[in-house]
Design a protein around this ligand. Structure first.
Ligand code: WT7
Length: 656
């Protein structure tokens, strides 16, 4: 065993990590907790006055007269981009770096608050010139470049509703999201690069979205790097981003908007094939992002250099790359590339170079780094780090300890932040330097948040496992599913009534009142912290002409948390072989994105069905996880499962 392995082994026995003394001296949040416990509405109202700059002060706080349709600060007015930009520039901090951007080929660009404001104002005017008015939807499909922040902020400045699609999604997924949200403008890029390869994004977007009736304009950013070849531009519809900015009036005063003005839609996977358009509004969302970014990470905007390694296409990027950090006036690192390009030490090189103090990433990334070995971080001076965060999935204690020792040098508190696209901001998490942590536990609720565990029957669980719910509204909660109030109520507020938000996760409460998140209890799979719907992947597979039927479940995976297994019945007398398998995986990548490609495809002559024809996914989950099969007597043909179980064992043996 290496010294590190010995140290990890020893530490596995440690159950609690007390906050380092230098933190506890720095700040105490006990006052917030006490205030929130005494009166959570008053607490949030005070925080909203304290942290946000209002054009028109609010007099109402929470309106809960029509649950689950809650409003916060409804008679107040503000502008989110003014909170993220203008107020810092006005306070003399215009020269402060908002983003230290780093390109995949090593390019450096520092974007100051003043520069970001200037770009945002011009783009906002440019969008207006294209006919965008408050309430219109603007799609954003961009890689990790500073323009993505300007695009989001420009929308917020004029009250347009942005709809960002993760750059790794396929153009057909972009089409679906633009179509259902009736986006008027799409902001995208000519081409994007990944590990030295180039994807012709604009051409692919044209092929998929060219005929959308509502989509009047496509704005095209010239992405970093070489630009070989012609980019197709349709006159009258398409316009270059830089030309739009150059021609625009540089001055665009921020529009004063009602607190509940819609800010963005972000599509996320649910239990059907149709993604859910999660809708967030202005003030409550910004308050959640601002407050939590400051408190959870113990942020000091004057001295910290913060880096969240997520992509802006996810909620983590919205709240903790763009809105939280900018509202707090922080300096962040933004990195375009992959963690192993040009080499596996690029992240640690960036931390050393920019002297990053607060680093926020996902457990799956940590597990990948563990696999690569400690020599990559070992090559760099990581002593600037003082707080580490994780998000997206449960972190196993071993990965937690490795993060703590190898990356944090044993001195940095780890904040395991639990939240969701729907919650807008972190709800359950340690506060860096305040909370005693336990590896693997997201610990306790933040001030002003009321989580609880319920049994199947709705009775409260005070210790043990149960269904995670939030019993009181909070400012950054989703307001509805875009144009689908009915699905909003059904998905989150039907099981235990209209005032109890059902999260979709199971969790355990220990004797200290600490939460341990177990995972999803619906048909959602968490692959590397990315949420995918089994139904969505199934419908993509079934859309292939060779396929008769498919069922998708998750199997546990050391690296990615969960991995996708697809059980597929082919049409007619097609035979499942390696070439059909490759074709299917490729087909899913084209329809949804690479991250939805099944890890394993198991050919089945038939799927396990009840007498009424319902596929019993429970049995498939058992078989994929290598568990004993549950009750098969309700199956129409119990023999089907024996064949499938055999094939799964065969596939596993082949791998070993
Ligand atoms: C689901 C939400 C929140 C941004 C990233 C994912 C899981 C999230 C944790 C954590 C255990 C976690 C839950 C949740 N999850 N954070 N710290 N510990 N599980 O956002 O795509 O909306 O997914 O991710 O299952 O419900 P999302």
């Amino acid at each position: 065993m290496t010294d590190l392995e010995v140290a990890l082994e020893d530490m596995l026995a440690v159950e609690r990590f007390d906050p380092p003394a230098e933190f506890t001296r720095r700040r105490s949040v006990e006052a917030d907790l006490a205030a929130a416990n005494a009166d959570s509405e008053q607490f949030w109202a005070d925080a909203a006055r304290d942290l946000l700059t209002w054009e028109k002060p609010f007099t109402q706080v929470l309106d809960d007269s029509n649950p689950p349709f809650y409003t916060w600060f409804a008679d107040g007015e503000l502008n989110l981009s003014a909170n993220c930009l203008d107020r810092h520039v006005a306070a003399g901090r215009g020269d402060r770096v908002a983003f230290h951007w780093r390109g995949e080929e090593g390019e450096r660009r520092d974007v100051s608050y003043a520069q970001l404001l200037a770009d945002t104002e011009r783009l906002a005017n440019g969008l207006r010139g294209l006919g965008v008015v408050a309430g219109d939807v603007v799609g954003i499909f961009l890689p990790m470049i500073p323009e993505v922040a300007a695009a989001m902020l420009a929308c917020a400045r004029i009250g347009a509703v942005h709809n960002v699609v993760f750059g790794g999604f396929a153009p057909s997924a972009v089409r679906e999201r633009m179509e259902v949200s009736e986006a008027k403008v799409l902001i995208t890029v000519d081409g994007a690069r990944r590990k030295g390869r180039r994807a012709e994004v604009k051409a692919a977007v044209d092929a998929e979205l060219g005929d959308l009736p509502a989509l009047a304009h496509i704005v095209v950013v010239r992405g970093p790097g070489e630009h070989p070849g012609e980019v197709p531009m349709t006159p009258g519809r398409d316009i270059w981003y830089d030309e739009l900015l150059a021609a625009a009036d540089p001055h665009c005063p921020a529009v004063s908007l009602p607190a509940e003005h819609p800010l963005f839609i972000l599509y996320s996977s649910g239990s059907t094939a149709k993604p859910k358009g999660i809708l967030h509004t202005t003030a409550g969302y910004l308050l959640g992002a601002t407050y939590t970014h400051r408190m959870v990470f113990d942020l000091d905007a004057d001295t910290d250099v913060y880096w969240c390694s997520a992509d802006v296409g996810w909620i983590t990027g919205h709240s903790y790359i763009v809105y939280g950090p900018l509202s707090n006036g922080a300096t962040s690192v933004m990195y375009e590339g992959a963690p192993d390009y040009p080499d596996r030490d690029i992240w640690w090189q960036l931390i050393e170079e920019y002297k990053v103090t607060v680093f926020y990433t996902a457990p799956t990334a940590i597990r990948t780094c563990i696999k690569w070995g400690p020599e990559y971080p070992g090559r760099h001076d990581l002593s600037s780090l003082r707080v580490l965060g994780t998000v997206g999935e449960p972190i196993n204690p071993k990965a937690w300890l490795w993060y703590h020792l190898v990356i944090g040098g044993g001195r940095c508190p780890i904040v395991d932040t639990w939240w969701q696209t729907e919650t807008g901001s972190v709800l359950i998490s340690p506060l860096a330097g305040v909370t005693t942590t336990k590896p693997g536990s997201a610990t306790r609720a933040l001030p002003g948040i009321s989580p609880a565990l319920l049994g199947e029957d709705g009775a409260p669980v005070t210790e043990g496992t149960g269904i995670l719910v939030i019993t009181r509204p909070w400012p950054s909660m989703l307001r509805t599913l875009y144009k689908d109030d009915k699905r909003f109520v059904e998905t989150y507020f039907s099981r235990f009534g209209p005032t109890t938000y059902v999260v979709g996760d199971a969790a355990r409460l220990d004797a200290d009142g600490y939460f341990w998140i177990i995972g999803r209890i619906d048909d959602v799979i968490n692959v590397s912290g990315h949420r995918l719907s089994t139904a969505e992947v199934e419908s993509a597979i079934v859309a292939h002409e060779a396929v008769a039927e498919a069922a998708v479940v998750a199997e546990p995976d050391e690296q990615t948390g969960q991995a996708i297994v697809a059980f597929v019945t082919l049409a007619g007398d097609r035979v499942g072989d390696a070439s059909v398998e490759a074709e299917l995986r490729d087909h899913v990548a084209r329809r949804i994105g690479k991250l939805a490609r099944p890890r394993r495809i198991i050919w089945a002559d038939d799927l396990p069905k009840t007498r009424s024809g319902k596929i019993m996914r429970r049995l498939l989950r058992d078989v994929a996880a290598g568990r004993e099969l549950g009750d098969v007597t309700t199956l129409r043909d119990p023999a089907v499962m024996a064949v499938i179980a055999d094939r799964v064992r065969g596939a596993r043996d082949d791998e070993e």
